[in-house]
Design a protein around this ligand. Structure first.
Ligand SMILES: [Mn+2]
Length: 329
């Protein structure tokens, strides 16, 4: 982290007088928008001509963090010789290929915290143990005397609470809380951030949640819990696939459930999310049996050409068989 701070300071000062675009990932979240907004403010304060560009629009609940700086979508941006800095992008494809091509596929700097980051830029400031990209930026800004006014502090705090689930994950160390405390001293407001991120759900999302909860079934003596969402659910509630975010946490949080499953029936097949708590269950290996992949505790599958009516039970049987194999004494 110490090295990252020095590298950030060097990067920012080396760009004085130059034109820079700070790029985020597709479907931006709080850590992405927070990192872009904060870094852009830091660069502007150092005399860099900086803007932010994303393939997608800034989510409406996060627009207050972008006040006073320029955020463009890929369509609105015409290549004008800017250097690109990517933030919170685990690899270059996360920027979106079309946007990347506007920079001749050249990224000057990559600032991130994903453990899979392959160091795809000329300058790579990647701290794999950091809780958020905003954590990396905040450390650099606060310890190396970079600009950190109220708006910057709010943006950095936004990213940290987003990626730590409001300071609940294993990535939250005393150091993270010390940085958060300093950001609050500089003007970050926990209740305001909490409101924008966690209390701005649409009515459609609540209706979708009701439908999902109604579909929940338990299997294997309550060890496996599944629920489903169909295209009809999305159209009836005016929601999109982005709104399924977080639903799998309902079955995952129930006592006794070892594997939570969310089935999503699309036009071309069934996609699914798998979540667990016990590394022994190796959900990555289970997902691989279902044309998917992912992490040991969180994975996804993709059964092309399948429908819930025809294939739900067959997929569940594979999940149950895997569970029995992994738990056999
Ligand atoms: Mn992040």
């Amino acid at each position: 982290m110490q090295l990252a701070g020095t590298a950030l300071k060097e990067l920012v000062t080396s760009l004085r007088g130059q034109k820079v675009a700070v790029l985020g990932h597709m479907r931006p979240d709080g850590d992405c928008i927070g990192s872009q907004s904060a870094l852009c403010r830091i660069l502007l304060a150092e005399g860099v001509d900086a803007i932010c560009v994303n393939r997608d629009r800034v989510p409406t609940n996060l627009t207050s963090y972008t006040q006073g700086i320029k955020f463009l979508t890929a369509d609105q941006y015409t290549a004008d010789g800017r250097q690109a800095i990517a933030v919170d992008c685990a690899d270059a494809t996360r920027i979106g290929t079309e946007l990347l091509s506007k920079f001749n596929n050249q990224i000057l700097a990559n600032i991130d915290h994903h453990s899979s980051n392959p160091d795809y830029a000329k300058i790579n400031i990647v701290v794999k143990e950091a809780a958020a990209t905003c954590h990396v930026l905040a450390h650099g800004a606060l310890k190396h005397g970079l600009h950190c006014d109220e708006a910057t502090a709010k943006s950095l705090h936004l990213g940290i609470i987003t990626d730590t689930g409001r300071f609940c994950y294993a990535s939250v160390t005393a150091g993270v809380l010390e940085i958060a405390a300093e950001l609050i001293k500089r003007g970050a407001k926990p209740e305001e951030a909490n409101f924008y991120i966690f209390e701005q759900e649409s009515r459609g999302k609540l209706e979708l949640t009701k439908r999902f909860l109604n579909s929940i079934l338990f299997h294997e003596n309550g060890k496996i819990c599944s629920g489903e969402i169909t295209q009809a659910d999305y159209s009836a509630t005016g929601t999109t696939k982005e709104d399924k975010e977080g639903l799998v946490e309902f079955p995952r949080s129930v006592v006794g459930v070892d594997i939570a499953v969310l089935f999503e029936e699309g036009k071309d097949g069934i996609r699914g999310s798998l979540r667990g708590r016990d590394p022994k269950l190796r959900l990555d290996l289970l997902a691989a049996k279902l044309n998917g992949g992912g992490h040991i505790l969180a994975a996804g599958f993709n059964m092309i050409g399948c429908t819930l009516q025809n294939d739900r039970q067959r997929i569940l049987d594979i999940i149950i068989a895997h569970y029995r194999e992994q738990t056999r004494a």
